[in-house]
Ligand binder design. Sequence first.
Ligand SMILES: C[S@@+](CC[C@H](N)C(=O)[O-])C[C@H]1O[C@@H](n2cnc3c(N)ncnc32)[C@H](O)[C@@H]1O
Length: 262
Amino acid sequence: MCNCFSVSDGELQNVGLGLYPSMSLLNHDCRPNCVMMFSRKKLELRAVRRIQQHEELCISYTDISAPRVERRTQLMEQFYFLCQCQRCSDDQNYHVGRGAVKWTIIRDSIPHLESLRHEEKWAELQQVCQALICANSPAVPDSNVYMLRVLDSLMDACISLSQYETALKYGTRTLNAYVLHYPDPHPSHAVELLRVAKLQHYCGDVEQAEKTFTQAYKVMKVTHGTDHPLVSEVCRKLAECQAECQAECQAECQAECQAERL
Ligand SMILES: C[S@@+](CC[C@H](N)C(=O)[O-])C[C@H]1O[C@@H](n2cnc3c(N)ncnc32)[C@H](O)[C@@H]1O
């Protein structure tokens, strides 16, 4: 690592760090303190946690939810280095958990799921995912990273097949796992919360949708920034939910008053 960026002007917290002269000079870390995000036509570097003066700014070149062996293999193959970041040194096996025999079956089926998704064979993807979940859950927990990928693929398939209630059932199961695999604010977590919140709203659970949109907003204002179009969408949906909840509340009050008068 010859070049690196660091913060030279005090601590930064949850701010857009702006456009660096050359973002391609940023090094990798499996628990990065920054993310890169397109906001309209601008590529922004955003801090995802407090950064101390002179601390190096890092992004992740790989999917941080992947287990260490996968991350390291990809980094070696694509960027020719063995990652020795703090996280790689003290990684726990929480990505996969126990029940190795079971989860390896799921892991080995991921490339097939990805090709079905790529070819938009939604009915087949749904069938394969449901069979995998039926055969392996709860022995393999939802927090297992491969189970999480199956749940996500199944949610995609159900949405594409317009089966929104079923999509919500599986989407809800992913949320705790996202918190585990993305301990800092992360764009993937933000988008997952938004997807689940939209499903909750569509399926009529307005109160829960309001909570999930709020969670999405909290993550997204860090990862995307308040000027980002997706954040405007979350704010719009949140306002819709709040108005619907208020209207529902008023209707209930009116009904109660009427009942008392009778
Ligand atoms: C996009 S460049 C990053 C900037 C590079 N450090 C430089 O000085 O030009 C990617 C290369 O930086 C090196 N690199 C980035 N992160 C690293 C890390 N965590 N450990 C070791 N080498 C790393 C690898 O050689 C990788 O192929």
